[in-house]
Design a protein around this ligand. Structure first.
Ligand SMILES: [Zn+2]
Length: 286
């Protein structure tokens, strides 16, 4: 069995202090939502412990972003972020990366009278799929969507790393698989799929380009001040860095990144200060 510290490091860069990424485990498990209709990202994101709140203190110009409600539900023991996103006036929602404490997710949906339109999986590691079984049992018609290259991890405890951590986990199989360039349209969101391998070969992110600023549901690719671990058997730092540079750092600087662990960040902030892939590591805008 791994130590608690090893457990917490499942998806994080091994060279980054755990405290920085994971918090101390005592923070609120159900963080306040950022709610664009209540004054924009500036005031509301500041309440979600983001360290870069000034990045979001700007007027929002597009109606669809003003209707966004997005809540982060943090699951132990890996401090994994599940996102529940819905648009004002609608009762359907997206669930991104259901974590290991699905009761928190179902409770939130019940409280808000929300129905999931789709469950989106960024990658197949166990801390991001641990809630799939419970959610599919509750909403069997809700499609479970994962990338074509990581789908096999959902049903294989060795490949999703849960067996190695002493708690084998499987998920129902994906109902739909996606790949680079695919478009998804659920709950009023039009999302583009981008493949960002390196932490896991089939890792994808979901980009809502119809928002201003754009929003990336990012999984374990780019964190605030860090990146996803690349030292797993199927990991590759060069792949990760190249994909971040070519696909994320080419998005507008104010693009909001909602990562699978830790606080929110922006593309511009990570270009400026990320020690692994940003300017401190030699990155230059082309
Ligand atoms: Zn991961």
């Amino acid at each position: 069995m791994p130590s608690d510290e090893e457990k917490l490091s499942l998806c994080l860069s091994p060279s980054q202090p755990l405290q920085h990424q994971c918090g101390d485990g005592r923070r609120s498990l159900l963080r306040k939502p950022f709610d664009a209709s209540l004054g924009g990202f500036g005031s509301t994101l500041a309440s979600t412990q983001t360290k870069n709140s000034t990045q979001f203190a700007q007027p929002l110009s597009k109606t669809d972003v003003n209707r966004l409600h997005c809540t982060t539900i943090v699951s132990n023991p890996f401090q994994e972020n599940t996102f529940v996103a819905h648009l004002e006036g609608r009762d359907d929602c997206l669930i991104i990366d259901p974590g290991l404490e699905p009761d928190k997710i179902t409770a939130y949906l019940a409280e808000r009278n929300l129905e999931p339109a789709a469950i989106l999986i960024t990658h197949g590691h166990s801390d991001h799929i641990g809630g799939n079984h419970a959610l599919k049992a509750r909403w069997p018609e809700c499609p479970l969507i994962a990338s074509v290259d990581d789908a096999e991890k959902l049903t294989d405890p060795e490949k999703n790393l849960s067996a190695q951590y002493g708690l084998p986990i499987t998920s129902p199989p994906a109902d739909q698989t996606v790949r680079e360039g695919d478009r998804l349209d659920f709950a009023g969101f039009e999302l583009e799929v981008l493949a960002i391998p390196g932490h896991s070969p089939g890792h994808v992110v979901f980009v809502w380009k119809g928002a201003s600023p754009m929003v990336v549901f990012g999984g374990d690719v780019l964190f605030a001040g860090s990146i996803g671990r690349c030292d797993f058997e199927d990991g590759d730092f060069d792949d990760l860095a190249e994909a971040i540079h070519s696909k994320l750092f080419t998005l507008p600087d104010d693009t909001l990144v909602l990562p699978g662990h830790g606080p929110n960040t922006t593309v511009g902030e990570e270009k400026r200060a990320n020690p692994f892939v940003g300017r401190p590591a030699g990155y230059q805008d082309s």
